[in-house]
Design a protein. Structure first.
Length: 637
C-alpha cells in the first residue's frame, strides 16, 4: 500500500516520504492521478491564485465553501487545502501553498487518517447530534498539527437543525479550527452558512484542457489513444476529471491497450459524429425518408436514440454559436470536419430555424426519456423536425399574411376560379392586383369580383386558411374610397399573465378555481424548497400522487398564463402546509393552557380541556366597525 501511494506521488510530481522499490498494485486512474498539490489541479487557476495571495498575506479564512459538479475536485481540493494549512518541514513552519516535498503531516492527511483532520460525510451524518460532537470537540487544541480541520462533504445534506447548531461555532470558531465544506447543491445551503464562508466555485474543465490532460495520462500509462477518442471522452465526461479518468480506464481495458475512436464510440454507445452531421443535413433539407433511414442505421449499430438526439442538439448549438460568433469558438474538442460543417451550416441557416430546431429537440429528448419505445419516439421527433425545416416561423408567417403575399406560395383555391384570364396562377394575380391598382379601375373590379365578400369569410364551406388567403386587402383611394369598413386583422388578444410570488398564493388560486384535489395535494403532499415567479422547487411526501409535478405545471400555466419550471427534489424542504398549520394550532393551544386564567379554569373543572383558541380581536373587529360613533340611541335614557 505504501509503494502504491509512492507511485501516485510520483505521477503528480511530489516526493513520497517513504521509499519502496516493491512493485505497486493496480490502482484505478481516478485515484492514481488524484492531485496532491495545488500545482496538480487543472482548470482552477482563479481559486489557486486567490488562495496563494491569501496565504502570503496571512488572510486565511476560518471557513471555506467549495462547490461544483461531481468529479470536479472538491474533496481533493479540501484535502490539499488541509495539507497546506498544516504543512510543516524543517525549513517551513507556516501555512503555505507551495509544497514541493511531503511534510510531517502530508502523508496522513492525503490518506484521510490524520487525527487533526476530520472528514465527515454529511449524507450519512445529517443530524444535530453529529454537529454537537463537532461543537464539543472544537474547544480542544489539535493533538499534533497546527490546525484542527473539519472537512464536511455534501454539506447540503445536513438537516435544518444541524445547520442552526453549527452557525455560532462557524461564525466565531477558535483560532486553531478551520472548516472546509464541499457541496454539489449550493442552493440548498442556507444563506446564513454561506455568509460565514469564503466561497470557491470549481469550474468544469474545458474540453481542450481535458484532452491534453488525458493525453498526458495515456503517455504515462504507455497506452496509445487516438486524439479523436480522447475528444469523445472529454465530451462524455462533461467537465468532470474523475469521470474522464474512469472512462479512459475502461477504454484501455476495452481496447486491450490501444484505443481508437471507433472502439470508444462502441463502448460509450455514441453515434458517429460524422453520421450525426449527415442526419442534421437530411433534417434541415426536409428529406424525411433519408433522415429516418440514417437514424435507423445508427440505432442498428448500437447507438442510443437518446444519445443521437442529444448529439443533434449539441451540433445545433454549435452551429448557432458559430453563426453568432462568426466562427466556431475555441476551447472545444472538435474535429476539423465538425468545425468545417458547423461554419457551412451557420452560413446557410437562419437563427429562427436553428432556435426552433433547438426547442423541438429539447422537447423531443424529454419524450424519448419517458417513452416505452425510445426508438419510435426518436423517429417521430425526426419527422417533426424534417417537416418544419422549410416552413416559415410564426412571425414570418404572420408578416407574410399582413403583406398580402401568402397566396404566392399556395396553390389556387377551387373557389377562386380562373375565369379572369390570368392563367393557372390567377389566385396570386388577384391578391397582387388588389394592392397594385385603385379599386375603381376596371381590372381591379373584374378580378376582385371573384373573391368572396367579407360577409362570407366565416361560411362553413371555407376553412380559416382559405378565408385568410382570399380576403381582399383594402387599398386607400382618394377619389373613390371603398365604402366597406376596413376590418382589423383577426389576431387573438394576448393572454394576461398573472404573477404570484408566494406558495400560499398558488394554494389560494386552487381554492378560487374550486380545484379541491389540487388544493388538498398542495397542502398535504408538497414540501416547499423554493418559490419565485415562474419557478418552483419542491419535494413530495411518500403519499403524493405520481402525476403531481405535471399537474402543478399544468395548473400554473392555465391559471397564470405563463409557463413555469417545476423542479422535484428527492428530499428537503419545509413541512407541508397542513402540518405547519396543525403545529401552529397546537402551539396556540399550549399557549392558551399556560395562561393563568385558563389554567385556573382547567384546574377547577376536572377533565376539561381547550378545544379551540380564538383571539378576541379577530371576533370584535368586525362588530366594532359596524357601531357608528355617537349613535343617538345610546343616549335615550
Amino acid at each position: 500500500m505504501r509503494a502504491s501511494f509512492m507511485d501516485e506521488g510520483k505521477a503528480n510530481g511530489s516526493k513520497s516520504p517513504s521509499g519502496s522499490n516493491s512493485e505497486s498494485a493496480y490502482r484505478v486512474l481516478a485515484r492514481k492521478y488524484r492531485p496532491s498539490t495545488f500545482d496538480d489541479l487543472i482548470g482552477q487557476e482563479p481559486m489557486v491564485q486567490t488562495l496563494t495571495n491569501a496565504f502570503k498575506l496571512g488572510r486565511i479564512a476560518q471557513a471555506y465553501m467549495l462547490t461544483g459538479v461531481r468529479g470536479v475536485g472538491k474533496t481533493t481540493t479540501a484535502r490539499i487545502l488541509a495539507r497546506a494549512l498544516n504543512y510543516e518541514t524543517d525549513a517551513i513552519q507556516t501555512p503555505t501553498i507551495e509544497m514541493p516535498d511531503y511534510g510531517a503531516h502530508c502523508d496522513a492527511i492525503i490518506d484521510s487518517r490524520h487525527i487533526d483532520v476530520i472528514e465527515m460525510d454529511a449524507a450519512s451524518h445529517t443530524g444535530i447530534d453529529d454537529i454537537r460532537e463537532i461543537v464539543d470537540a472544537v474547544k480542544y487544541k489539535p493533538a499534533a498539527a497546527r490546525y484542527k480541520v473539519y472537512i464536511i462533504d455534501e454539506v447540503h445534506m445536513l438537516s435544518k437543525s444541524a445547520f442552526n447548531g453549527l452557525l455560532k461555532t462557524l461564525e466565531e470558531p477558535p483560532e486553531h479550527v478551520k472548516f472546509i465544506f464541499a457541496t454539489t447543491e449550493i442552493r440548498k445551503v442556507p444563506v446564513t452558512v454561506l455568509s460565514r464562508c469564503q466561497r470557491f466555485d470549481l469550474r468544469r474543465i474545458e474540453a481542450d484542457t481535458m484532452v491534453d490532460f488525458l493525453d498526458n495520462v495515456s503517455k504515462k500509462e504507455s497506452v496509445t489513444v487516438e486524439k479523436n477518442a480522447l475528444s469523445l471522452v472529454a465530451r462524455a465526461s462533461e467537465g468532470s476529471v474523475r469521470d474522464a479518468l474512469s472512462l479512459l480506464d475502461q477504454a484501455i481495458a476495452h481496447g486491450g491497450g490501444t484505443v481508437d475512436s471507433e472502439q470508444m464510440r462502441d463502448m460509450l454507445g455514441l453515434a458517429d459524429r460524422t453520421r450525426v452531421i449527415d442526419l442534421f443535413n437530411h433534417i434541415m433539407s426536409g428529406r424525411v425518408k433519408e433522415a429516418l433511414d440514417e437514424i435507423k442505421a445508427q440505432v442498428d449499430i448500437g447507438a442510443d436514440p437518446l444519445v443521437v438526439l442529444t448529439d443533434l442538439a449539441d451540433f445545433t448549438h454549435l452551429v448557432t454559436t458559430a453563426k453568432l460568433a462568426d466562427g466556431v469558438p475555441n476551447g472545444q474538442a472538435l474535429s476539423d470536419l465538425e468545425k468545417e460543417k458547423a461554419e457551412e451550416f451557420a452560413t446557410n441557416l437562419s437563427i429562427r430555424v436553428l432556435s426552433r430546431a433547438w426547442q423541438m429537440l429539447l422537447k423531443g429528448i424529454e419524450e424519448v426519456q419517458s417513452a416505452n419505445k425510445p426508438w419510435a419516439a426518436a423517429d417521430m421527433v425526426i419527422v417533426r423536425l424534417a417537416y418544419v425545416a422549410d416552413l416559415p416561423t410564426p412571425d414570418e408567417a404572420l408578416k407574410t399574411l399582413r403583406d398580402g403575399t401568402a397566396s404566392t406560395q399556395t396553390t389556387p383555391s377551387p373557389a377562386l376560379g380562373s375565369g379572369s384570364g390570368s392563367g393557372p396562377g390567377s389566385g396570386s394575380g388577384v391578391a397582387n392586383s388588389g394592392m397594385a391598382s385603385p379599386l375603381g379601375s376596371t381590372g381591379a373590379a373584374t378580378q376582385t369580383s371573384q373573391i368572396p365578400m367579407v360577409d362570407n369569410v366565416h361560411s362553413p364551406e371555407m376553412s380559416a386558411s382559405q378565408a385568410t388567403q382570399t380576403r381582399p386587402r383594402p387599398v386607400l383611394a382618394t377619389n373613390n374610397p371603398d365604402p366597406r369598413p376596413i376590418e382589423k386583422p383577426l389576431v387573438a388578444p394576448e393572454k394576461q399573465i398573472l404573477r404570484i410570488n408566494r406558495f400560499e398564493d398558488f394554494v389560494a388560486l386552487a381554492e378560487e378555481h374550486r380545484d379541491l384535489a389540487m388544493r388538498s395535494a398542495l397542502e398535504n403532499h408538497v414540501r416547499l424548497i423554493s418559490f419565485e415567479n415562474g419557478r418552483i422547487e419542491i419535494a413530495q411526501t411518500a403519499q403524493a400522487p405520481r402525476t403531481l409535478a405535471n399537474d402543478i405545471k399544468t395548473r400554473l400555466l392555465d391559471w397564470t398564463g405563463a409557463k413555469w419550471t417545476v423542479i422535484v427534489a428527492r428530499d428537503g424542504g419545509d413541512d407541508p402546509l397542513r402540518v405547519q398549520r396543525d403545529e401552529e394550532d397546537k402551539q396556540r393551544t399550549r399557549d392558551a393552557e399556560e395562561d393563568p386564567v385558563v389554567a385556573a379554569v382547567l384546574k377547577t373543572f376536572s377533565g376539561s380541556k381547550v378545544v379551540n383558541v380564538t383571539f378576541l380581536d379577530d371576533e370584535t373587529d368586525g362588530i366594532l366597525e359596524q357601531v357608528p360613533e355617537n349613535d343617538p340611541d345610546d343616549f335615550d335614557e
